[in-house]
Write a protein that binds this ligand. Structure first.
Ligand code: SAM
Length: 346
C-alpha cells in the first residue's frame, strides 16, 4: 500500500485567476489516489471570511467551495492537472468554474503531455540554430581575445545606443546588391560614386532595387571645384596628387559635375540635379578637416599609391602634410567643398 501525501488545492473563481493551495492533508490509503476522503473534502470546501488573514483580505475567499462532483478531482501528473483546470492552458487561467483539485504525490511541471521531461531544445525558438551560433562564435573561429568588431558591429552598437531598433545594416557591393527589384523606397549613396570605376553601373543597380515610385538619391564631391584660402602651393600639389591617385584607380574625383550625366546614362527617370557646398571655417572645422588630411596623406593607401604611381615622393607628402597643419592653425583658413547631387526614379 503506497503512502501518499495529499495536497488540497482550491481554485478561486471569477474575481481572480489565481490557483490557491489551501492546505495539506496526509493520507495513507490507496483510495486517496483517486478519490479524496470525506475529511479532505470537508476542508477543501471551507471558505474564509473577509479579512481572515492575508489570503482572504478584502471580500474573503470562497475558492472552489461550490464545486459540483464533476469538478472535484485528484490529479497525479501535469496532464491531469491541466485537464482538471479546464483542459486548455491558454484559457485555464480565466476558467471561472468552481473546482477542487487534489494533487496526489508531486507533479513535474517541466514535462510534455506524456509526462516526459523537457529540455532546453524543447524551448528553443525554431529560427535559432545552436550549431550556427557555435560555428560563428566558436573561439577557434572568432578567437578568445577579440570582441566583435568592424563596420557591422559599429553600426549595431550605434543603432542600439540611439534606441533605433528598426534599422538593419548589411555589407554589400553597389554593383551587385543582394536585393530583389524594387525592394526599397529610398536608395541613397553619399560620396561613393566618386570612388568607383563605373559609377553609371552603380547607379543602374541602385535604380534596379528602387521601387517604381521610390527615389534614388546620390551626392558626390567635385575635387577640381574645391577651393580654399589662403593660397599655398603645397595644397595645390595636394589636389593634383589626390586627383592623379584617384584617376590612377580608375575613379573620377571630379564627380559632382557629372552626376546628372551619370544618372541620364543609367536610364534614370525624372532626374533633378542640384549642387551644395560644405565650408570649413571655424577653428574646430579647420582642425578636423586639415588634421584629417595631414594624417591621411602620410598614413593611408593614398600615400603608397602616390609614391608607387610616381605622382609624388615621401618628402613632398611630408611637405603637404605640414601645409595642412599650417592651414588648420590660421584664423583666416577657409575651405569649400563643392558637391553635385541627383534625385531620380527608375
Ligand atoms: C568617402 S566614403 C563615404 C562614406 C559615407 N557614405 C559618408 O558619406 O560618410 C566612400 C565609401 O564608398 C564605399 N565603397 C567603395 N566602393 C564600393 C562598392 N563597390 N560598393 C559599395 N560601397 C563602396 C566605401 O566602402 C566607403 O565607405
Amino acid at each position: 500500500m503506497r503512502q501518499s501525501r495529499l495536497w488540497t488545492a482550491a481554485v478561486t473563481v471569477a474575481a481572480t485567476t489565481t490557483l490557491v493551495v489551501s492546505g495539506v492533508i496526509l493520507a495513507t490509503s490507496a483510495e486517496a489516489d483517486n478519490q479524496p476522503s470525506k475529511a479532505a473534502l470537508a476542508i477543501a470546501r471551507q471558505t474564509l471570511a473577509p479579512n481572515d488573514g492575508w489570503a482572504s483580505s478584502g471580500t474573503g475567499t470562497t475558492g472552489g467551495s461550490a464545486a459540483d462532483d464533476a469538478h472535484i478531482s485528484v490529479v497525479h501528473d501535469r496532464a491531469e492537472l491541466v485537464a482538471a483546470l479546464g483542459g486548455n492552458n491558454a484559457t485555464n487561467g480565466s476558467n471561472a468554474t468552481p473546482k477542487i483539485i487534489f494533487v496526489s504525490g508531486g507533479i513535474q511541471g517541466n514535462v510534455d503531455d506524456a509526462d516526459t521531461p523537457l529540455t532546453c531544445a524543447d524551448y528553443a525558438d525554431p529560427a535559432y540554430s545552436f550549431d550556427a551560433f557555435l560555428a560563428t562564435y566558436d573561439p577557434a573561429v572568432w578567437g578568445r581575445a577579440t570582441k566583435p568588431s568592424g563596420p557591422l558591429e559599429d553600426a549595431r552598437a550605434h543603432a542600439a545606443a540611439a534606441g533605433v531598433p528598426n534599422v538593419t545594416f548589411a555589407l554589400g557591393d553597389v554593383y551587385a546588391l543582394d536585393y530583389p527589384d524594387g525592394a526599397f523606397d529610398i536608395v541613397h549613396a553619399h560620396q561613393v560614386l566618386q570612388h568607383l570605376g563605373d559609377p553609371v553601373a552603380a547607379l543602374r543597380e541602385m535604380l534596379r532595387v528602387c521601387a517604381p515610385d521610390g527615389v534614388v538619391a546620390a551626392r558626390d564631391a567635385d575635387y577640381a571645384a574645391m577651393t580654399w584660402y589662403p593660397a599655398d602651393p603645397r595644397l595645390d600639389r595636394w589636389l593634383t596628387v589626390y586627383r592623379a591617385v584617384a584617376h590612377g584607380n580608375g575613379a573620377e574625383p571630379d564627380a559632382g559635375r557629372r552626376m546628372l550625366a551619370w544618372a541620364n546614362a543609367a536610364g534614370a527617370a525624372e532626374v533633378t540635379a542640384s549642387a551644395s557646398v560644405w565650408c570649413y571655417a571655424t577653428p574646430e572645422e579647420r582642425a578636423w578637416w586639415g588634421g584629417m588630411w595631414a594624417d591621411r596623406i602620410l598614413t593611408s593607401a593614398i600615400t603608397a599609391q602616390a609614391i608607387e604611381g610616381d605622382h609624388s615622393d615621401e618628402a613632398e607628402l611630408q611637405a603637404i602634410s605640414a601645409a595642412w597643419r599650417s592651414w588648420s592653425a590660421q584664423d583666416d583658413g577657409w575651405f569649400a567643398i563643392m558637391h553635385g547631387e541627383v534625385l531620380c526614379r527608375p
